[in-house]
Design a protein around this ligand. Structure first.
Ligand SMILES: [Mg+2]
Length: 260
């Protein structure tokens, strides 16, 4: 009941065979997974997602196969993704790259002025309040404005964040699916994945990364160039040489890896 309340659901498991997907040896691989749009379908707002009830269990099982080298790499804050990954104890990179949860402890990876971020959050919320359909999301190190429910206001959201971008030199504006984000310079999923791959226990293993968004492209490209397995989830241009149709296919593939 609790699980249903916060958006968990059961899911019939279909054939996990994904045509064209190379065989992987998890024992010598490191698995990096985006969350929204990759493990779960996107919803109208970040807290409206539906998570299959076996998600954490599946992630834990795959993590065991790769000796703990399974990392969630999300644009969300660690705190906002944790409730959906309750039974998963492995590493989480949030922010994306602004914070990390290692051994259950979340720490900041980049210095930002909390007062500045709070003030930007206030302004974003005030802006969204006068533009019905826009949703302002506060993150520990930045802000996001979602326009999924009001695509006609995308240009207004962009213009607003451009002004904040120009007046806050330590931050930069990013475009993601149905959202614009202002985040600190010097972070990114590709930088976090690279840093992990340079150190134990990741160094010397094959990187695998699944991502769905334009913000995942630099990481997909890096993983591909490094000889790893880069997998784009869904439609759209990509640097990845592999593609799966949707998050459901990703989940079924992970279930098959968990059982292998
Ligand atoms: Mg995503």
């Amino acid at each position: 009941m609790y699980y249903e309340m916060i958006g968990f659901t059961g899911e019939p498991h279909s054939d996990p065979c994904v045509p064209g997907m190379p065989e992987v040896d998890l024992g010598t691989s490191s698995v990096f997974l985006d969350f929204d749009g990759t493990l779960v379908d996107l919803a109208d707002s970040p807290d409206a997602i539906v998570v299959p009830e076996d998600m954490a269990m599946t992630l834990e099982a795959v993590a065991q196969k790769c000796n703990g080298r399974l990392v969630i790499v999300t644009g969300r804050s660690v705190a906002s993704v944790e409730p959906y990954l309750g039974g998963f104890a492995g590493p989480i990179i949030g922010g994306p790259g602004a914070e990390e949860r290692i051994d259950g402890v979340t720490s900041r990876c980049i210095a930002v002025d909390d007062h500045v971020v709070a003030r930007m959050g206030d302004m974003a919320e005030a802006f969204a309040a006068t533009h019905p359909g826009l949703l302002a999301e506060r993150k520990p190190t930045g802000i996001v404005i979602h326009f999924r429910s009001a695509e006609d206001l995308a240009a207004d959201a962009y213009a607003f964040l451009r002004v904040l971008d120009e007046t806050h030199p330590g931050f930069e504006l990013h475009h993601s699916k149905m959202a614009y984000e202002l985040r600190p310079k010097g972070i990114g999923k590709e930088l976090s994945i690279q840093r992990h791959m340079e150190a134990a226990p990741f160094a010397g293993t094959l990187p695998i990364f699944f991502g769905d968004d334009v913000t995942d492209e630099p990481a997909l490209q890096w993983v591909g160039v490094s000889g790893g397995l880069a997998v784009k989830v869904g439609e759209g241009d990509t640097a990845a040489s592999n593609r799966v149709e949707d998050p459901r296919t990703v989940r079924n593939l992970l279930r098959s890896w968990a059982k292998a």
